[in-house]
Design a protein around this ligand. Structure first.
Ligand SMILES: [Zn+2]
Length: 476
């Protein structure tokens, strides 16, 4: 029997208006779903109900879509990467840390389990999980209850830096063929997984670490399977110049040239386009190339600003017609905070031209992502859409005063007022706590695994000292 749930007389609803093609506010209406599909959004639901939820103090909004996250890495790197990088290489690489802090399968799993609970706790219902394949990956994803585009990354080369002045490339003898085969097995397994919550992404890891042949194979696989095509690209100043030296093209021009761009393509970051004021480049058409090909970008402002880099004018991307989505490339893995940071940074870096807004960036976190995924049943609350939704406690002190709750959520309350999260109509978070993964247990395991790897690394305390020295106890 398929169950019907109804949030009765929700105080506020962020509902999709298909005629206006916009999110809109509704007051005092029902949100009902049967199984995994919404049946009623606003107004009165008169059908039979198995579970009724009092909505009088709730806001109901669509679940957020995180188009760029690395669950196996992000939480376990915490405390090591916030302030430490190579200042002679734009704080990038963190080579000494990465070379010493080596993750094994237990550490990857501990990081991922924690990350997935954290994302559920901030109202995320769909993620692009960019990881290198590891044992038990799909089991952990299933445990989380999230909707996942599984993106096993593969590449032809790894980065390294000997002098600290230059990023160097260690190319694999097979050009990345073995990694590509392994990734294809994970993609195939994800698509037939019994949870029905997984899809696959073809994800050559970075535009500068893949041979042109591997990129062509990736494009061909994406076309043949209809899967989205992802890569990190135009993501750093050194990478821009590396691509310019190799090809006499900007990274975006190179992608256009080889046929990488298109309606199913999403570029992680695209910060260093020829629009960026740090780039001295004789042409200015990268945004046009992205827009004309219908390509998307995943904008993740926090990870960049941490290293002193900023995408200067996200509004210009949106004005040019580029499909902008958002992601949580680093911690905190919190899309609501990422929306706020994106908006504030846009104003700080492009001033009166910024042309961003809470509405535009909320769209980026919902319907723009759904557009790239080719899914008109995600990122919105409308009859027939997936029951992927988030409720907020309107009586939480951080939600007052109540005039414009989306602004309150983005600019004040963030995840603190989240009450529950549902994916496919099933609860993954209740009373603010993830229901499928025990987040506290996952947190303790994360600390254990990080401490173990740090001890194995030996010199990690010298590479990244604590922010405060350990002190001495003092008596009266
Ligand atoms: Zn990334």
């Amino acid at each position: 029997m398929t169950e019907t749930t109804c949030i009765r007389a929700a105080d506020w609803i962020i509902a999709w208006d298909e005629h206006k093609e916009a999110h809109t506010y509704l007051r005092g209406g029902d949100v009902a779903w049967t199984g995994d599909r919404l049946r009623q959004v606003g107004g009165r639901f008169d059908g039979l109900v198995d579970t009724e939820v009092d909505g009088s103090r709730l806001l109901v909004m669509p679940g957020l879509i995180d188009m760029h996250c690395h669950p196996t890495q992000t939480p376990i790197f915490r405390n090591f990467v916030e302030e430490w990088g190579n200042p002679r290489l734009f704080f990038s690489g963190r080579q000494a840390f990465r070379r010493n802090f080596i993750q094994d399968d237990r550490a990857l799993a501990a990081s991922a389990r924690y990350a997935l609970a954290e994302m559920a706790a901030s109202g995320i219902t769909t993620i692009f999980d960019l990881s290198h394949a590891y044992p038990g990956w799909l089991d952990i994803l299933e445990e989380s209850g999230l909707r996942v585009w599984v993106a096993p990354m593969f590449r032809s080369a790894r980065w390294y830096a000997e002098t600290g002045q230059q990023t160097l490339y260690d190319w694999a003898d097979d050009g990345g063929a073995a990694a590509f085969s392994e990734a294809q097995m994970v993609m195939d397994a994800a698509e037939v997984h019994e949870s029905g919550l997984f899809s696959a992404v073809v994800a050559p890891a970075q535009i500068d670490t893949c041979t042109e042949a591997l990129l062509h194979d990736s494009i061909a696989l994406a076309e043949e399977t209809g899967r989205p095509l992802f890569t990190h690209g135009a993501q750093s100043y050194p990478e821009f110049h590396c691509m310019a030296q190799r090809h006499n093209m900007s990274p975006i021009e190179f992608m256009a040239e080889i046929g990488f761009l298109g309606e199913k393509t999403i570029i992680g970051h695209a910060v260093f386009t020829d629009e960026h004021p740090w780039i001295l480049w004789p042409r200015n058409h990268d945004l046009k190339l992205l827009a004309e090909t219908g390509s998307s970008i995943a904008h993740c402002p926090t990870v960049f600003i941490r290293d002193g880099t900023v995408l200067h004018h996200i509004g210009a991307y949106m004005d040019a017609g580029v499909n902008v989505t958002l992601g949580t490339d680093t911690h905190p893995q919190n899309m609501l905070e990422e929306i706020r940071v994106a908006e504030l940074l846009a104003r700080a870096s492009s001033g009166p031209k910024h042309s961003s807004s809470t509405t535009r960036l909320f769209n980026a976190a919902t319907i723009n992502a759904a557009k790239l995924l080719g899914r008109d049943d995600l990122g919105r609350l409308a009859p027939g859409a997936k029951a992927d939704l988030v409720t907020f406690n309107m009586d939480h002190p951080q939600m007052h005063p109540v005039r414009d709750p989306l602004r309150t959520i983005v600019h004040q309350a963030a995840e603190r007022a989240i009450e529950s999260v549902y994916v496919d109509g099933r609860s993954i978070l209740s009373g603010g706590q993830p229901t499928r993964i025990d987040w506290q247990v996952a947190g303790r395991e994360l600390t254990r695994q990080q401490a173990r790897l740090a001890a194995e690394a030996g010199n990690i305390e010298e590479i990244v000292p604590l922010s405060l020295e350990m002190g001495q106890p003092r008596g009266a």
